[in-house]
Ligand binder design. Structure first.
Ligand code: PMV
Length: 309
């Protein structure tokens, strides 16, 4: 049996703009998925016969990385699904990691590449941000240019993304899930239509790109007031792009007095916010009081790991 674990992620800056070739900054969070694979007499997932429809990521991961005898796959997750914390990326990365370890071919870059292919296939995922953040851990800067700290490059069609290591000091955030499930694909499409038809949209995307680069510096220095201000500006720009939602406003209003900054994380339209604060318990209570689901996360931990049996 081979087991691998991989973390969830949090996008700090640059969601949506990354789809237009701008940089983005994402960090691993301290919630993980563990996947184990075992040669067996039939394909199964958590004790049930594997079905491509029900086990889309795992079944696509096997297609992508395995051509041996049937495998039984078991997964254990501490990442709430649908919370914007990258649970599907972590399932994909940990499963691919375990398969490659079983084949004696475990290598982070190979995991990141194959995991992106799987998410692209299942979700038409627009960028490799989630899968590379889960694979590398710490923080990653996704950029059109090759910069210091280069890890690997991922290509799809005419697009390419350079993935870089980003130093992350220990910081605590509160993630607030609105409870409003908002699939990423339609939101990416909505932003695309706006940006292609409106100069204000293109300006917002350009400014987000600048915020990401400033933000990478502020993260490395753990400069919380600067980070907070950049988060608020990035949030306003995301709202201009049309991915705000009343459920997001409600959570932000409940806690902003106790925070350095707060913003949408991920696709928006519902989904989750992140808040940077020195008072995570108080912020969690405020978010709960208005009906949100808070999760306190620490960022910057390990990426994909082969677990000892
Ligand atoms: O769906 P999430 O929370 O992983 O975030 C989507 C981020 C986008 O930039 C909107 C899309 C992408 O694939 O990068």
């Amino acid at each position: 049996m081979r087991s691998c674990s991989a973390p969830g992620k949090m996008i700090l800056f640059g969601e949506h703009a990354v789809v237009f070739g701008k940089p983005a900054l994402a960090m691993a969070v301290d919630l993980r998925v563990k996947a184990s694979v075992n040669v067996s007499d039939q394909y199964s997932v958590n004790g049930h016969p594997m079905r491509a429809r029900h086990h889309a990521y795992i079944s696509a991961a096997l297609d992508e990385a395995w051509d041996g005898p049937p495998l039984s796959v078991t997964t254990k997750s501490s990442i709430p699904s649908g919370s914007g914390l990258g649970s599907s990326a972590a399932v994909t990365v940990s499963t691919i990691g375990a398969i490659l370890a079983e084949r004696g071919q475990f290598d982070a870059e190979r995991v990141a590449r194959k995991a992106f292919e799987v998410e692209y296939l299942v979700q038409r995922r627009a960028s490799p941000t989630d899968t590379s953040a889960s694979t590398h851990g710490s923080g990653i800067l996704v950029s059109p240019d090759r910069l210091d700290g280069f890890l690997w490059r991922i290509e799809k069609g005419t697009q390419e993304w350079n993935i870089h290591h980003c130093d992350v000091r220990k910081l605590t955030f509160v993630v607030g899930y609105t409870g409003v499930h908002a699939p990423t694909g339609p939101l990416v499409q909505k932003v695309k239509e706006f940006v292609e038809s409106d100069a204000e949209g293109r300006k917002a995307i350009d400014r987000i790109g600048e915020i990401v680069m400033d933000g990478a510096d502020a993260v490395a220095q753990a400069d919380k007031p600067r980070l907070g201000a950049l988060m608020r500006e990035n949030h306003s720009l995301l709202c201009e792009l049309g991915v705000g939602h009343p459920s997001i406003d409600k959570l932000i209003e409940s806690c902003s007095e106790m925070c350095y900054g707060e913003k949408i994380t991920g696709a928006g339209g519902g989904g989750s916010i992140i808040a940077l604060t020195d008072a995570p318990k108080d912020v969690s209570e405020a978010i709960s009081a208005v009906g949100g689901r808070p999760i306190i996360v620490r960022v910057g931990g390990s990426g994909v790991l082969v677990e000892r049996q």
